[in-house]
Design a protein around this ligand. Structure first.
Ligand SMILES: [Zn+2]
Ligand SMILES: [Zn+2]
Length: 280
């Protein structure tokens, strides 16, 4: 696949942030999703929150060529756009698809796509759509420790802490550089190990400190998020301990400015925004 690279630079390795928001609807920040691209054709869409199809179009990505997805976990803000992606990319001409995620991924596909939309797919096929791209979608549940070489990039699944969900981080290693995308996670020693020496770390910083002017009930909800998500400071600390070169904070709540002290971290800190492109 030649994405926006058009095959011109075989050494390219980058991530486009498609959604840097949280479950709370926000025009500026879509639900979590990111497109990782390497070489002239390698790519993986990581997560597919609401808005993923329009954000892919906004990023200039050819929908019909995106045939590789990883899902970090089955929370609704990470998969609402999945059926829309399956339909939208198939309509655009996509002829195959591999979907990789933790336990529950195949069941999600069966319930959200196959079970509900099979009749409508048969109608579209009768109309002239090819069976390939809908009938032969390959969906696999994989454990921590899974890895595979995809178009010259080593892709590995690693541990996070996001109870009670089965959830995975993904590490991409290409031409001597590496990227980790965590999905949702609270502070986690195993994740620090998994991120060691990464060039770029895209990490969930959702558990920011609630502002004082919020109603007490809303404050309590945000404070409890820390049991399931990292705070911006946790992200910096993980990046420092793992000797990461650049940490990119994502999964932001609307109206909350991430607060952190990066004085003990020698790398770069980026507060990710929708459609940012980060070279690795
Ligand atoms: Zn989650
Ligand atoms: Zn989430």
């Amino acid at each position: 696949m030649a994405m926006t690279n058009n095959g011109e630079d075989p050494d390219i390795f980058r991530i486009t942030l498609l959604g840097t928001g949280s479950p709370r609807p926000n025009l500026d920040r879509h639900h979590p999703a990111a497109l990782v691209e390497w070489g002239s054709t390698g790519h993986m869409l990581v997560d597919a929150g609401d808005g993923v199809v329009s954000q892919l179009l906004a990023a200039g990505a050819p929908l019909e060529q995106i045939d590789n997805i990883a899902l970090t976990h089955m929370h609704w803000d990470h998969i609402l756009g999945y059926p829309a992606f399956v339909w939208g990319s198939w309509n655009a001409g996509r002829l195959k698809l591999t979907v990789t995620g933790p336990a529950g991924t195949a069941d999600m596909h069966h319930r959200l796509v196959e079970s509900y939309y099979r009749e409508q797919a048969e109608w579209a096929i009768d109309l002239g759509f090819p069976r390939s791209g809908f009938d032969d979608i390959k969906v696999r549940d994989v454990p921590v420790g899974w890895s595979e070489d995809i178009d010259g990039c080593r892709v590995e699944a690693g541990p996070v802490y996001h109870p009670p969900m089965h959830a995975l981080a993904f590490r991409f290693s290409f031409n001597g550089r590496s990227l980790v995308v965590t999905g949702d996670t609270a502070m986690c020693d195993e994740l620090i190990e998994f991120c060691q020496g990464a060039d770029v770390l895209l990490i969930d910083a959702c558990a920011a400190k609630p502002s004082d002017d919020l109603p007490p009930a809303r404050r309590r909800i945000i404070e409890r998020l820390h049991e399931f998500h990292a705070s911006p400071q946790d992200c910096i600390d993980i990046a420092a301990k793992a000797r990461v070169s650049k940490v990119v904070l994502t999964h932001h709540l609307p109206g909350v400015e991430p607060d952190y002290d990066a004085s003990r971290f020698s790398g770069d800190v980026i507060v990710g925004n929708d459609l940012d492109v980060i070279e690795i």
